[in-house]
Design a protein around this ligand. Structure first.
Ligand SMILES: [Zn+2]
Length: 87
């Protein structure tokens, strides 16, 4: 079983290429990010929940991934995970 690698922007903690973010019921973000193109050149996207860590398994059409990210945000109750603060 392979682990999906999600590159994050160190300044924001969001996946690189994030195009939208949805808030779940406990204010954790579900990030929708650009993830390549299909065979016709149309943009594909994936999503990642910064609360529970759940993510899409494959990149899909932007509208499909957007719907899944929004649906996950509507049902997820994970709280935002504390981040280390660099002083
Ligand atoms: Zn979640």
């Amino acid at each position: 079983m392979s682990e999906q690698i999600i590159h994050k922007d160190p300044a924001t903690g969001l996946p690189v290429g994030t195009v939208a973010a949805f808030l779940n019921l406990s204010a954790a973000m579900v990030a929708l990010y650009a993830d390549g193109t299909d065979q016709y050149g149309a943009p594909k996207a994936s999503w990642f929940c910064l609360g529970c860590g759940r993510h899409s398994h494959i990149a899909q059409q932007l509208g499909t991934s957007r719907g899944e990210a929004n649906a996950h945000a509507a049902e997820c109750r994970a709280i935002p995970w504390p981040q280390a603060v660099l002083v």
